[in-house]
Design a binder for this molecule. Structure first.
Ligand code: HEC
Length: 156
């Protein structure tokens, strides 16, 4: 009986360790608050990851570059509008947006809400406001180099 228990112990240990591991790696596949968690790799060639990143930045703001212009404030447009702007910005990168029908409205929204800082065409201003036509985006490049795992692809 004692022998049985001793034999089972390592098995139990591995089971617990394994489930902890899978639990942890499933945590890494999201970009929940990318300002704090830089340990996330975003595939720079994934269009839906790009859109997701943009939506995240618009909804929650961004504070990864430490420019003298300060962080970008989040929530300045609704999350529906954020999705449309993301579709437009995807086209600037040569990505096929997941909702092509949003591109035109996204463009208007971008010109109405974003070019004050990111300037006409989204080119930004070096050292102050990031260039949103750069491929990959600087932020995506930083996140893709630092971490491991990928963000989950959007199901629409
Ligand atoms: C008040 C000025 C300001 C406005 C308005 C603004 N941004 Fe920004 N944006 C910034 C700054 C500053 C950063 C860099 C912040 C940082 O340090 O992470 C930034 C970063 C970004 C990034 C990340 C770029 C990268 O390389 O990863 C995206 C995407 C972005 N902005 C999109 C938008 C969109 C879309 C809008 C319109 C809804 C918008 N911004 C409006 C100032 C602004």
């Amino acid at each position: 009986m004692k022998k049985m228990v001793l034999l089972l112990l390592p098995v139990l240990f591995f089971l617990v360790a394994y489930s902890l591991r899978t639990y942890k790696s499933s945590e890494k596949v999201t970009i929940e608050n990318h300002q704090k968690d830089t340990h996330v790799r975003i595939d720079p060639n994934c269009a839906s990851c790009f859109e997701k990143y943009i939506e995240k930045v618009i909804n929650e703001g961004s504070n990864i570059f430490h420019y003298p212009s300060g962080p970008m404030p989040g929530g300045t447009v609704s999350s529906e509008d954020a999705n449309k702007i993301a579709a437009f910005l995807a086209t600037l990168q040569g990505f096929k947006p997941s909702h092509p029908e949003w591109v035109q409205e996204g463009k208007y929204l971008f010109y109405g809400n974003c070019i004050g800082c990111h300037s006409n065409g989204g080119k930004g201003q070096k050292g102050y406001f990031p260039d949103l036509t750069r491929k990959p985006l600087k932020g995506i490049e930083m996140l893709s180099q630092k971490g491991y795992g990928t963000i989950e692809k959007r199901q629409r």
